[in-house]
Design a protein around this ligand. Structure first.
Ligand SMILES: Cc1ncc(COP(=O)(O)O)c(C=O)c1O
Length: 366
């Protein structure tokens, strides 16, 4: 009899379950301040809570295909209708579904690093090959390099993914550069998880009217503040969305979640309050720390800020450790560009942001 291990496909065999250690820690020690996972510090609005209550009563029923919420999303984005919208259990599931539709074993996905880690995870689980194209680090800025991305294309490239704005660098690539990559015809995912912090005017959603290969992804986890609810979506040409939707797990988004999401979209004031608060606090943190000698702060259009303190001579991991001693969970970053001073923080409540500023100031100036 063959051992069970021999039955696993090679690209799954031996891979451990993905566990986010900092999120585990935060749930285990709720007194710690969560400044690590780009969550929203504000709890759901009364309108969202009302929908959760109301549709909780219908939890005995299977969800439908979400025509109401998909139509609402299409309307918000100036698209024709629900045929342009696919729903997912968070945008992470949306990436997974797209990847499964385009990738076969050995096919390549191009990402522009540093970036969000899920593209790698979903590529690996399909036996794909991840190609990481580093963003140049020039004049204290991480910049996009569409030429390098296009140079990395081979006949095995099946997906290119770029975030708009990017996590962790917090900046936008230009519309011209998005169009240049779209011109390749290769399935091109534009990950707009944080777009609402800048407004939909910065979205690349119009590209999908010209390019069938462009798919824009979004989430309610960030500016809408509903990370624990797990709701994301993809926008694209109806032929592409239709085909990708064929691979969806049936009933992947539950009834309560869909109706709570609709309430969140309709609660325009709730979103505005969260965005305004975030952007004010981001300015506050950046301004409060801009005088630390040698510190490089990446101006962010989202709810996190990346720091490179390498020039101060202090490792970023030590900053993260000190923050934790003070009850704040920051996000460590790998050594990048031969530099070890990186760390990222997610904006928290007013009080948490002031605690963070104080901890950073203490670490670098005392
Ligand atoms: C760039 C980017 N895309 C997508 C996501 C995932 O969001 P979701 O909660 O919708 O899976 C994140 C989460 O941190 C992110 O940083």
């Amino acid at each position: 009899m063959k051992p069970i291990q021999d039955y696993f496909v090679p690209w799954v065999k031996g891979i451990p379950m993905y566990i986010s250690s900092h999120i585990e820690l935060a749930w285990q020690e709720p007194e710690l301040h969560r400044m690590m996972s780009n969550e929203n510090p504000m709890p759901p609005s009364a309108k969202v809570m009302e929908a959760i209550q109301q549709y909780g009563q219908k939890a005995n029923r299977y969800p439908d295909q979400g025509l109401v919420i998909r139509s609402k999303i299409a309307e918000i984005n100036g698209l024709d209708g629900p045929e342009n919208v696919m729903l997912g259990n968070g945008s992470s599931e949306v990436f997974d579904n797209i990847f499964r539709c385009f990738l076969q074993t050995g096919d390549e996905v191009i990402q522009h690093t540093p970036c969000f880690g899920i593209y790698k995870l979903r590529c690996n689980i399909l036996g794909g090959k991840l190609i990481s194209v580093p963003m140049p680090y020039e004049n204290e800025k991480l910049v996009f390099d569409p030429d390098a991305v296009l140079d990395a294309v081979t006949d095995k490239t099946k997906i290119i993914v770029i975030a708009n704005p990017n996590n962790p660098s917090g900046n936008f690539m230009s519309t011209e550069d998005f169009a240049r990559i779209a011109d390749s015809g290769i399935p091109f995912i534009v990950d707009e998880a944080y777009i609402e912090y800048s407004g939909l005017g910065m979205s690349q959603v119009d590209l999908i009217k010209k390019y069938k290969n462009v798919i824009v992804t979004r989430t309610l986890s960030k500016a809408y503040g509903l990370a624990g609810m797990r709701f994301g979506y993809a926008l694209g040409h109806e032929d592409v969305i239709g085909q990708i939707s064929a691979a969806l797990l049936p009933w992947n988004v539950g009834t309560i979640i869909m109706w709570a999401a609709l309430a969140a979209f309709e609660d325009v004031d709730g979103l505005e309050e969260r965005v305004k608060f975030n952007n004010r606090e981001a300015d506050f943190i950046e301004e409060s720390l801009s005088d630390i000698p040698g510190m490089i702060i990446f101006h962010s259009h989202a709810n996190y800020i990346l720091f490179d303190g390498t020039n101060t001579g202090k490792p970023g991991n030590d900053m993260v450790a000190l923050a934790q001693e003070k009850g704040l969970i920051f996000r460590p970053q790998n050594v990048m560009y031969g530099r070890d001073g990186w760390f990222r923080l997610t904006l928290g409540s007013k009080e948490e942001n002031r605690m963070a500023v104080e901890a950073i100031r203490e670490f670098y100036t005392k």
